[in-house]
Design a protein. Structure first.
Length: 348
């Protein structure tokens, strides 16, 4: 049985989808199992976050990453220690992929003191320098200029680090994105721009909002190379990220990766997603689910049987349940926390 969508693997074989499915099939058993577990952790975590939001334990906005797990996990497989990661407000998956503690992430969602930002960042504004995660950001496209700044800092330091800068198809139409592109190419900054094209931005299809729908071409006028990637295939993502990282680390400047993906839920938990049909979503889940795809590869290579996959699922569910309980029982921040972390505090 498929963990991501029951029966998805058998249907995918019948439909002949995932034409790039054999890319990197020779990957080691532990590598594939690791990708499977990491994507499943994000999926189960987001499902539980949705439940907590429905119970009123998570306030404000909450943007789930369900369906897009292969991107954060595939890129993380290439990221080196010290490489900064920055993204927008659909950020829980990136945090977990960066290795942040699920307890701290979930507690931050509920605004508790045990959260990674002491309960003051919430869903959209978490941060962890220990994990090289420079935040989710609520201003659409605002993180692109910040990610470019991180790349500039790394160039000054000459430390060989690459800034992984994520944004969506909606943000791809923002002006600061192109100012950043120009600066990054002019100064040959070590940055990889990752466009997570989930087809609908906030709620408008890309065909209705973008005159050029092949977003990897957006860097052409700045002479920035780019390519389109199957963002539902973790091995294709990893291969493309490795190529882009090599380009950036070698002093050749920025690279653009357009990850063609799909989110199963609405833009946020308050979005009923009436701009698309249920049949459309179901078809993607049945034929292109990223977790089902890795499950099929594991079974094809003889790396895992149903019992192994069920054991991984059970382990992940325990981790998520523990994180949810920690988030529910952790205390709220003390009132004095209103005055901390406003300015950098330098010790004498």
């Amino acid at each position: 049985m498929a963990r991501g969508q029951a029966g998805g693997a058998s249907r995918r074989k019948a439909n002949g989808s995932h034409p790039k499915g054999d890319v990197g099939v020779g990957a080691a058993k532990e590598e594939l199992l690791g990708y499977y577990r990491d994507m499943l952790l994000i999926r189960r975590f987001e499902e539980r976050a949705g439940q907590l939001y429905g119970m009123g334990l998570i306030g404000g906005f909450c943007h789930l990453y369900i369906g897009q797990e292969a991107i954060a996990v595939g890129v993380q497989a290439v990221k080196q220690p010290g490489d900064p990661v920055i993204t927008g407000y659909r950020d829980h998956g990136h945090m977990l992929a960066c290795g942040m503690d699920p307890r701290e992430v979930m507690a931050e969602l509920t605004g508790r003191a045990g959260g990674s930002s002491k309960g003051k960042g919430g869903s959209m504004h978490m941060f962890s320098m220990e994990a090289d995660f420079y935040g989710g950001h609520g201003i659409v496209g605002g993180q692109v200029s910040l990610g470019t700044g991180l790349a500039l800092a790394n160039r000054y330091r000459d430390n060989g680090k690459v800034a992984w800068t994520y944004f969506g198809d909606g943000a791809a139409n923002q002006g600061q994105v192109y100012e950043s592109f120009n600066m990054a190419q002019l100064w040959k900054l070590p940055v990889v721009y990752i466009i997570e094209n989930n087809q609908y931005a906030m709620g408008t299809s890309i065909e209705r909002s973008s005159s050029e729908t092949h977003l990897y071409k957006r860097g052409a006028s700045f002479r920035i190379p780019g390519e389109e990637v199957d963002g539902m295939d973790v091995l294709a993502v990893k291969a493309a990220a490795a190529k882009a990282a090599e380009h950036a680390r070698s002093g050749n400047g920025p690279y653009i990766l357009e990850m063609k993906t799909y989110r199963y839920r609405g833009h946020s938990m308050s979005d009923p997603a009436k701009y698309r049909t249920r049949e459309e979503v179901d078809e993607i889940r049945k034929t292109r689910d990223p977790i089902d795809h890795v499950e099929e590869l594991l079974e094809k290579q003889g790396f895992a049987d149903e019992a192994t996959l069920k054991a991984i699922d059970a382990e992940v569910k325990r981790i998520v349940a523990d994180a949810a309980e920690f988030a529910r029982t952790s205390p709220e921040p003390a009132p004095s926390e209103l005055y901390t972390d406003v300015y950098t505090e330098v010790r004498a």
